[in-house]
Design a protein. Structure first.
Length: 155
């Protein structure tokens, strides 16, 4: 594997629509979206986890497991805020639905992969502080359907 440092490589887009039922965004849909990569201060969540179901039986003390449902962790993105509010609040107000697209290895058409999360914005919180940091906005997301993982990035 070729290891890399994510800043200046990874891309994150917010797309208002994706027509494909399998969440394979087209290049025009990506172009119509908003590249929010340069405004991100921090990310939290954005992983799909599997639950385990214990299956004990009388024949052994060991409790085997089977795979159960999958779910996404609580997810949010913290963005830098603009003094005149010309920032993420104009793109992702509370209640906005759309798709968060992660291109971890960059926007590399045909050979790169992306993960697509169908989302609804549930909160847009202002991270007020007297500390030494820029003013930030934390956007919380409900992941509304199963995300599409490792989807080919279109040309």
């Amino acid at each position: 594997s070729t290891r890399f440092f994510q800043p200046e490589v990874s891309k994150v887009f917010f797309l208002p629509t994706i027509a494909s039922a399998v969440l394979a965004a087209t290049r025009p849909e990506i172009t119509a979206g908003t590249d929010v990569s340069g405004e991100i201060a921090d990310l939290s969540g954005w992983q799909v986890r599997g639950n385990m179901i214990p299956c004990p039986d009388l024949g052994t003390k060991f409790v085997p497991q089977i795979g159960g449902r999958t779910q996404a962790e609580q997810s949010s993105i913290t963005f830098y805020a603009d003094k005149t509010a010309n920032d993420v609040r104009t793109v992702m107000p509370r209640g906005q639905v759309g798709y968060i697209v992660f291109m971890d290895g960059g926007d590399v058409p045909t050979t790169g992969k992306m993960d697509v999360f169908p989302v609804e914005v549930t909160a847009v919180g202002k991270a007020r502080s007297t500390g030494e940091q820029a003013f930030q906005i934390t956007v919380d997301f409900a992941i509304t359907k199963a995300p599409a993982e490792n989807v080919a990035i279109p040309a």
